[in-house]
Design a protein around this ligand. Structure first.
Ligand code: KIV
Length: 280
């Protein structure tokens, strides 16, 4: 499988098996937390693998943290493929997801072609894209053709120019109901995983309870099935204001590898996120 294809020494002769969607579903059913983080290159991917990460995401956040743009909107499919391929080269055990960038999935046919490229050229094992019920038809189209899909609801950073800023979503009861409906629609359409970004902790818990697929939260409180953070936030090198849900694990005298390991342990034992990292 993956191991034999890659030159990194740590990828050779590993007894353990790479993480699959079946493993992630089992983790949800057994109440074991899923530890996930973004990566954009082979070196960080390998470090996250060594730290025991379950899922690695090549996020279109790379537009902001790698390219220095102020939104994810300018990221292209070619750029996503470049970074996904680099990350895949450093991974053995974690499951690899890559984002479909802005307007690269505007129709189901375009989404299928973008996904094909990300999986064949970028070596991703799953694609993620933003949107709730409105994307159900696209999710079904991809899923039925063998493309594993991760939905992304709550705060959708690609909608920044519509939203007018990065804000907590689902705060009133109508918006919360709509989001729950979105989660159910994505699940029914065949999504295998869900990212839930920047929502009140109680809504994070409710959506996680109500769908059978694993829900990975970022700023969605402690009760989702797993957590994800941008790697540069975990080691305190992101520019600008850090959101409430971010914790810098490099503090307390750790080196980078220890910080990433500490994040994995804190997600697993439930000590991250605490109420100070959650929205009410
Ligand atoms: O682009 C990204 O990194 C993401 C995560 C923050 C969930 O979508």
């Amino acid at each position: 499988m993956k191991g034999s294809l890659y030159p990194y020494p740590h990828l050779q002769e590993r007894a353990e098996q790479p993480v699959t969607l079946t493993d992630l579903a089992k983790m949800k059913s057994e109440g074991r937390k899923i530890a996930s983080m973004t990566a954009y290159d082979a070196s960080f991917a390998a470090l996250e693998d060594r730290a025991g990460m379950d899922v690695v995401l090549v996020g279109d956040s790379l537009g902001m943290v790698i390219q220095g743009a102020d939104t994810t909107v300018p990221v292209t499919v070619d750029e996503m493929i470049y970074h996904s391929r680099a990350v895949a080269a450093g991974l053995y055990r974690p499951f690899l997801i890559a984002d479909l960038p802005f307007l690269s999935y505007a129709t189901k046919h375009q989404a299928l072609e973008t996904s094909r490229r990300l999986m064949q050229e970028g070596r991703a094992q799953m694609v993620k894209f933003e949107g709730g019920e409105i994307q159900a038809e696209t999710v079904e189209h991809l899923s039925m053709r063998g493309v594993p899909v991760c939905g992304h609801i709550g705060l959708q950073p690609q909608l920044i120019h519509k939203l007018g800023g990065f804000k907590v979503q689902g705060r009133n009861s109508d918006a919360a109901k709509e989001m729950l409906n979105d989660a159910r629609a994505l699940e029914q359409a065949g999504a295998d995983l869900l990212i839930l970004e920047c929502v009140p902790a109680a809504l994070g818990a409710e959506i996680t309870r109500e769908v059978s697929i694993p829900v990975i939260g970022i700023g969605a409180g402690p009760d989702t099935d797993g957590q994800i953070l941008v790697v540069y936030d975990v080691i305190g090198v992101s520019a600008g204001r850090t959101p409430r849900f971010v914790r810098n694990f490099l503090e307390e005298g750790r080196n980078v590898e220890q910080a990433v390991q500490a994040y994995v342990e804190a997600v697993r034992d439930g000590s991250y996120p605490s109420s100070e990292h959650s929205f009410g």
